[in-house]
Design a protein around this ligand. Structure first.
Ligand code: PGA
Length: 253
């Protein structure tokens, strides 16, 4: 399975920084790495970056989408608008959307469905808060997030869909799940995906790990058999550290 490394810039970046980042990525060899690379800049940079990114072997995506096609929804971006801007991917269910903005499982599901139906490829983020982990509720919470997004979803395929397991307490904190913990959760997520869709689908679905992935821990995380890539926040803002993570991907079949 080809690994997929995502770079989530969140609310960071400028036109100048974006173009410099891409030319640096190209110079450092992003076009010849073995994994798939997807960058999620803020909406304002997607159309500027899409062509130059493709040239550097990188796909672009939106950090969020709305579930309707058009109309009176101030501030929202439709899946078709993302396509028009040159994006081929979207993120949905990121913990900052769930817990800072207040998105529910139902909203995440609608967004996922709308994005996939429009022909975009989507990454569904799931993960537990520290309070949920401390209360022994990690499995219950992540299972609910996976099942509410996937059960009965028709437009999903192993080509257009990826899951990112991101324990919320590991995002931006410098803490990471141990490789063993990540592997255990990835195996459980695969079981829940199998229950929601099918065993064959689950066996071929890529599951990324996210939360403080950095050049110095990437090799250990990415070499675990049940980990099929990473979703990187802070360390994706600099071409050098993002490339170092890409270079840590083990040889793939
Ligand atoms: P981080 O963010 O790598 O800065 O922890 C990861 C994410 O939010 O996807």
């Amino acid at each position: 399975m080809k690994q997929i490394i995502g770079g989530n810039w969140k609310m960071n970046g400028s036109r100048l920084a974006a173009l410099e980042f891409l030319s640096e990525m190209k110079r450092l060899g992003s076009g010849s790495v073995s994994s798939e690379i997807v960058l999620f800049p803020p909406f304002t940079l997607i159309s500027l970056m899409a062509d130059a990114a493709a040239d550097a072997g990188i796909e672009t995506g939106g950090q969020d989408i709305f579930w309707l096609e058009k109309g009176a929804f101030t501030g929202e971006i439709s899946p078709a608008m993302l396509v028009d801007a040159g994006a081929s991917w979207f993120l949905v269910g990121h913990s900052e959307r769930r817990h800072v903005i207040g998105e529910t499982d139902d909203i995440v599901r609608r967004k996922l469905e709308a994005g996939l139906e429009t022909g975009l490829r989507g990454i569904l983020c799931v993960g537990e808060l520290i309070e949920e982990r401390d209360a022994g509720r990690t499995e219950e919470v992540v299972r609910r997030q996976v099942e509410s997004a996937l059960k009965g979803l028709e437009c999903v395929s192993t080509e257009n869909f990826v899951i990112a397991y991101e324990p919320v307490w590991a995002i931006g904190t410098g803490l990471t799940a141990t490789p063993g913990e990540a592997e255990r959760m990835h195996s459980l997520i695969r079981e829940w995906v199998a229950g929601a869709i099918s065993i064959d689908f689950a066996d071929n679905t890529r599951i990324q790990y996210g939360g403080s992935v950095k050049p110095d821990n990437a090799a250990e995380i990415l070499s675990r058999p049940s980990v099929n890539g990473a979703l990187v926040g802070g360390a994706s803002l600099k071409a050098k550290s993002f490339m170092d993570i890409l270079k840590a991907v083990p040889p793939q079949d």
